[in-house]
Design a protein around this ligand. Structure first.
Ligand code: G16
Length: 539
């Protein structure tokens, strides 16, 4: 039976960089989740004949939320849902299913790299028929809808058993429960040369993959251990847990420190990678060697010819403004266009759909290609393994070669977390006002060439997005400031530093960025305004 339930709006259902992210307890408030889903359905309009993909990263509240979503979809007239077994789907696997099945989009229930559990975060990523998260023009409509919602529709029925593969019905709606891993693995086999990778592992090559107790464990075991022949136990933290076993599933130098320490110890494997909560981010490590996400993107772009799916050529590349310029240097020498977009994977979608780019990535540990419309953690690792298999070189050698060929961007991000929103907003507003006066100013050996907000004019739909403040220096260095759009409370100020070098390629990153960091702290008055003398996270 379909029930119509009266509700009152919540004022805070505005999506951030990647969907709606809130404290789990906020999401669990009466009708909170339902209001947001109904606002999406209301925005889409007529649900007749619509097909959506549904899954999640297994975090706390996933099971309850998926059941609510199923019952609301049935009540709103959706034709069919395709759901990962037990409600599990990584974000890239979900995006792939949306494209493969020509659906109207889908829902991945995840707060991505944010911690999980009852006291952690919960999130909803909503994608449209592109398989990518909806653009701001759509999320604004959903937000407007959520502020006026007065009722939602839900089917009054027992929970659907998501453990058995096959098709069941709820009212008129069909629910197909599929193997969460199978289609994704098939896609990876089409992109990469699995025989070459099998040979690599046969030759004694060792790796560690850290799934951070999140969704990619089963994908990684199937691909790396079962198919490619990596030693049993190569995949660690492989069982998805509702609270990620207490891990903060953000694969970076701070939150995956255990993996970094392992790779800098004498037990290190030849290669290591990690993914985040929903499997779209990746971290790449070699023996005693960390590859920055910006360098990783540049290296993938320089080596696409080794990958069967790209060997005949790629359209172009793209990066977010905060990401280092390394990939653009590779593009320039290879006569490829390099687009620079605001932070947020959704900005790459138009460029992919219009065949302007094939590869793209961000400093926030995301890289991907037009095989789907989300970033893809396991794809990035398979790409790296393919380069290693083809060249016979180590992670460190591959990276150093890239620096020699194109120069090295010393790069680091500094996060100032847990700031009061008002303080952070004022810091950014005052800094923006200061920018015009900075051009030409000297700070030691650094001279400002330009200082302005980053503004993106989408070449496909003409939309204009302003995101972040950028100070450029005459020596090619750059400071970018922006506020994170993925937090669930307070504000996080991110400060991104880049210093390109063409001669001194083996220096310590922090030492190389010391002066730039001081300039960044002083110009924005970070200590004075936030009380923080240093960042909470350096990565
Ligand atoms: C999301 C977006 C990414 C973005 C990242 C960082 O990633 O999909 O495109 O780079 O957030 O966002 P922020 O700096 O605003 O916190 P994910 O992995 O969290 O979905």
């Amino acid at each position: 039976m379909i029930k119509t339930i009266a509700t009152t709006p919540y004022a805070d259902q505005k999506m951030g960089t990647g969907g709606l992210r809130k404290k789990t307890k906020v999401m669990m408030q009466p009708n909170y989740f339902e209001n947001f889903i109904q606002s999406i359905f209301n925005t889409v309009g007529d649900m007749k004949g619509k097909v959506f993909v549904v899954g999640g990263d297994g975090r706390y509240y996933n099971q309850t939320a998926i059941q609510k979503l199923i019952k609301m979809a049935a009540a709103n007239g959706v034709k069919k849902l395709i759901i990962g077994q037990n409600g599990f789907l990584s974000t890239p696997a979900g995006s792939h299913l949306m494209l493969k099945n020509h659906t109207n989009g889908g829902f991945i229930l995840s707060a991505s790299h944010n911690p999980g559990g009852e006291n952690g975060d919960f999130g909803i990523k909503y994608a449209n028929e592109t398989g990518g998260q909806v653009p701001t023009s759509v999320s604004d409509k959903i937000y407007a809808n959520s502020k006026n919602i007065s009722e939602y529709k839900i089917y009054d029925a027992p929970d659907v058993d998501l453990s058995k593969l096959g098709t069941v019905k709820l009212g008129d709606m069909e629910i197909e429960i599929i193997d969460s891993v199978k289609d994704y693995v098939e896609m990876m086999q089409e992109i990469f040369d699995f025989d070459a990778l099998k040979k690599l592992f046969k030759s004694g090559f060792t790796m560690r993959f850290d799934a951070m107790n999140a969704v990619t464990g089963p994908y990684a075991i199937r691909i790396f251990e079962e198919i490619l022949g990596a030693a049993k136990g190569s995949v660690t933290h492989a069982v998805p847990l509702p609270d990620f076993g207490g891990l903060h599933p953000d694969p970076n130098l701070t939150y995956a420190k255990h993996l970094v320490d392992f790779m800098f110890s004498d037990k290190a494997t030849d290669f290591a990678g990690a993914n985040d909560g929903d499997g779209d981010r990746n971290m790449i490590l070699g023996r005693s060697f960390f590859v920055t996400p910006s360098d990783s993107l540049a290296i993938l772009a320089d080596n696409y010819r080794y990958i069967p799916a790209y060997k005949n050529g790629i359209y172009g590349v793209a990066k977010s403004a905060a990401t280092s310029t390394a990939v653009c240097r590779v593009a320039e020498k290879n006569n490829l266009p390099c687009y620079v977009v605001p932070t947020g994977w959704k900005y790459f979608v138009n460029l992919m759909d219009s065949k302007r780019i094939t590869l793209c990535g961000e400093e926030s540990f995301g890289s991907g290609s037009s095989h789907i419309r989300e970033k893809d953690g396991i794809w990035a690792i398979l790409f790296w393994l393919s380069i290693i298999a083809a060249t016979g070189k180590s992670v460190a050698e591959i990276t150093r070669e890239n620096w020699k060929k194109y120069g090295r961007s010393y790069y680091m991000r500094f996060d100032f977390e847990g700031l009061e929103t008002d303080v952070a907003d004022k810091l950014m507003a005052d800094l923006e006002n200061k920018l015009p006066a900075l051009a030409g100013q000297k700070f030691g050996t650094y001279e400002v060439s330009e200082a302005a907000p980053f503004v993106y004019n989408d070449p496909v739909d003409g939309s204009v997005t302003k995101n972040g403040l950028v100070i450029d220096f005459t020596n090619g260095s750059k400071i970018t400031y922006r506020l994170s759009g993925t937090g669930s409370s307070g504000a996080t100020l991110r400060v991104y530093l880049e210093r390109p070098e063409y001669k001194d390629l083996e220096e310590d990153t922090l030492t190389m960025l010391k002066d730039l960091l001081k300039i960044a702290m002083d110009v924005a008055e970070i200590t004075k305004r936030t009380g923080k003398t240093k960042a909470d996270v350096n990565t």
